[in-house]
Write a protein that binds this ligand. Sequence first.
Ligand code: HEM
Length: 240
Amino acid sequence: MSASHVVPTPADEQREVEQGQSIKSVYVYEAPVRLWHWINALAITVLCLTGYFIGQPLPTMPGEASANYLMGYIRFAHFTAGYVFAIGLVVRAYWAVVGNHHARELFTVPLLSRSYWVELGRMLRWYAFLARRPGRYVGHNPLARLMMFLVFLLGSVFMVFTGFALYGEGLGAGSWADTLFGWVIPLFGQSLDVHNLHRLGMWVMITFVVLHIYAAVREDIMGRQSIISTMVSGHRTFKD
Ligand code: HEM
């Protein structure tokens, strides 16, 4: 069955996969979601590399000061990637509203569903090498979904709010960034507190990225469905 013609409900998809019907692939990630994923991956890489050097600047450059603009370029790259990251998040939230039901998974966690917690326990045992077989999931697996929401989504919102609050300091009092995000600074204390928290946020993001890539490669090899190619083609295929 090709889901590009008929749009199945989440329950239909899961049932067909569970019952092993002649389902070959399910169209999971629409083009805007895939495009956002890879642009976002690039933006986060640039933000982490440049952010690291903003906090731990390189030793003084040799030569005449006016011939060097290294920190300026580093900060410019950080702010450009910051805009891409923030606008991408807003567009992605819009797509959660107009896109297919998988596009909404990043923004919600079915905390009240008993089966969700059962599957979460099963996935934890699988990751801890305590279960022989993982479950088969059309969308995100239950553990991935929780991590995406708690660490990635809330973490990204935190980085955008703290980032634009710091940016507002640079633009000056009364600028658009100061007007919209300036309140974040007194909320956490003063500017240095926000710098430190923004920096700590980077390490949370880096930890997420490491685990995310580990889980994606591991599931691609050991799991029962495609993972990495799905974020390229949009189609989830099943091995058994
Ligand atoms: C994944 C997202 C992000 C990461 C990992 C990140 C990382 C960092 C790090 C590590 C620093 C240095 C903090 C310090 O020790 O002072 C920093 C500074 C800064 N970031 Fe970000 N950042 C992110 C998103 C953003 C966004 C969305 C903006 C919005 C424009 C932004 C604007 C800034 C500004 C204005 C500074 C201070 C620059 C300075 O003092 O020269 N960041 N960032």
